[in-house]
Design a protein around this ligand. Structure first.
Ligand SMILES: C[S@@+](CC[C@H](N)C(=O)[O-])C[C@H]1O[C@@H](n2cnc3c(N)ncnc32)[C@H](O)[C@@H]1O
Length: 207
């Protein structure tokens, strides 16, 4: 299976159940929520690339003038729509390398190592830059190399034993592929950016 098939089979919903998450993963997910509270300001227009079922936009919805979430898995978008119930949040089915949106945004985010599961990383960055044209208003959160042991355990609990473990990615029995990054690799892929550690197993990249 490829990542799109794994997501279509509903992996995200099981992965977001805290009962499946090792403590390091729980700490990382909580740190992302705290980060959002710090970076999303009143009245912003925000796009979430690879939004899943929309939890991050839903968390900050009261601050937003407009929130748009994009994900290629239609069942996640349908669930996000159902949760949002309209009111300045919009969810769109589409690929992150060809986002069917022409508006521009004050802020773009791609969280929870979503970018690390996407095959055409440069194509996704191109779309993020188009949609949030001002530098330093674009944010990725991605796994560092230190995330490997806790991800191995998390994926095992989800029935995805890790079969391949390299310096750059893990591949599971179920065909799920997820990357991790060094600072040097991030700078090589993203170019001019700032990088900060997040929890003990991730980086926040702003560009
Ligand atoms: C790790 S999950 C995170 C979902 C969401 N950001 C969250 O934290 O709850 C990655 C998400 O990216 C979506 N995705 C992966 N590759 C994509 C692509 N090329 N285009 C659009 N969505 C993609 C998946 O369907 C999945 O919902």
């Amino acid at each position: 299976m490829s990542n799109d098939e794994v997501y279509a089979a509903g992996l995200l919903n099981r992965a977001l159940d805290p009962a499946t998450q090792p403590p390091e993963i729980q700490a990382f997910l909580r740190a992302e929520l705290d980060l959002l509270h710090d970076v999303i300001m009143e009245g912003m227009r925000v796009i979430d690339v690879g939004c899943g079922t929309g939890r991050h936009l839903l968390l900050v919805r009261d601050r937003l003038r407009l929130g748009v979430g994009v994900d290629y898995e239609h069942s996640y978008i349908a669930e996000a729509d159902r949760r949002a119930g309209g009111r300045h949040l919009h969810f769109v089915t589409g690929d992150a390398t060809a986002i069917p949106v022409v508006a521009t945004f004050d802020f773009a985010m791609c969280l929870t190592n979503t970018w690390g599961t996407m095959s055409d990383k440069t194509g996704v960055l191109r779309e993020i830059r188009r949609l949030a044209p001002k530098p330093h208003t674009r944010l990725l959160s991605v796994y560092s190399e230190a995330s490997v042991p806790s991800r191995r355990e998390w994926y095992r609990r989800l029935g995805h034993e890790v079969l391949e473990d390299t310096r750059e990615y893990l591949v599971t029995e179920g065909g799920f592929r997820s990357e991790h990054f060094s600072e040097a690799r991030l700078r090589g892929l993203v170019g001019d950016c700032t990088i900060h550690p997040l929890a003990d197993i991730a980086y926040v990249v702003t560009f």
